[in-house]
Design a protein around this ligand. Sequence first.
Ligand SMILES: Nc1ncnc2c1ncn2[C@@H]1O[C@H](COP(=O)(O)OP(=O)(O)OP(=O)(O)O)[C@@H](O)[C@H]1O
Ligand SMILES: [Mg+2]
Length: 332
Amino acid sequence: MMAMPMVGRAPAVEELRRAWSRVRAHREPIAAVVTGAAGTGKSALVAAFLREQEKTSVLAGTARVHSPAPYDWLAAVLAGRDTRGLDVPPDALSWLKQDPDVPRERYTPDALLRIAVSVVRHLVGRAEAVLVVEDLHALDPASLNLIAELATTDLPALLLVTSQPPGAAVSPQLTERTLARLGGTPGAVRRHLSGLLPAEVGQILQHVYGSEASSPELAEAIWRRTEGNPYRLTELLAVEGADVLRTPAADLTAREREVLGLIAEGMANKQIASALGISVRTVTVHVSNLLRKTGAASRTEAALWALSGRRSGDHQAGWRDNPRAARSQSSA
Ligand SMILES: Nc1ncnc2c1ncn2[C@@H]1O[C@H](COP(=O)(O)OP(=O)(O)OP(=O)(O)O)[C@@H](O)[C@H]1O
Ligand SMILES: [Mg+2]
């Protein structure tokens, strides 16, 4: 599959650019916190921004192991770096680099935090730097504390942090508190990424399959299948290839929409039949047609399809009308 073009994130990239130019103008730290569910494009956004910063010094780290050791972010930053010139106690440095067999007991937590801050200070040096903290939600408590601490120093650094929502974190409360601490620092930027819009999904389809291959209806149908999540979209395109173009664009009849509305309210076919005054057999036919058209694998999935449509009613025609109103109209 052709690589997907980056869509829909221009305002977010622009916001990062502005934060970065403030760092350079005022030579003080600014935190930029990008949150979003798994696969919404946080890393892709960071990468797009960093591609523009060719000559910038970048310190990047992330949680590397499932249950990260203390200061795992810093250890990731230090990995493979020449640290000989650093003016910190060698045993503390070895410990921060997670060398095996180095006891930590010599240092109190406060002393280690001070040492960790001074290591970062040395690495940053005089020029402005971008400190990238990927997947803060997966980091250890010592790293979280260090990062919040760095945001209150006088380092001329953009602290570019990505995180899934605290609910997805190893320690939700600590993650939430750290995000709040970072977000509360002067000049902080906060960006929550949601899924792409149907039109943006359409742009990607056009790019990959050409303009003839894509219609708003198809974009809409694929958007529903992926909820606009870029990761799910890449997966879908990788698995289905050009077959994805055969996704039925949902053009439900008024009756099918009514039936779907009642499914979403939790009704069984029999209840739907009596609510609409039609036979159970007819309901069955409507149900199978609407499953086919929406591409849903089950009633539950179709119900979710209906509900997601109502939540974001601006994006598509049809679901703005209330099924109850439609019902009373059609029975009149
Ligand atoms: N705006 C976008 N336009 C096109 N493709 C995108 C966009 N954002 C992300 N992608 C693609 O979607 C996939 C997932 O994106 P990414 O890895 O950045 O998500 P993430 O939010 O960092 O996920 P995680 O929380 O799992 O780290 C990648 O293949 C990426 O290239
Ligand atoms: Mg990521």
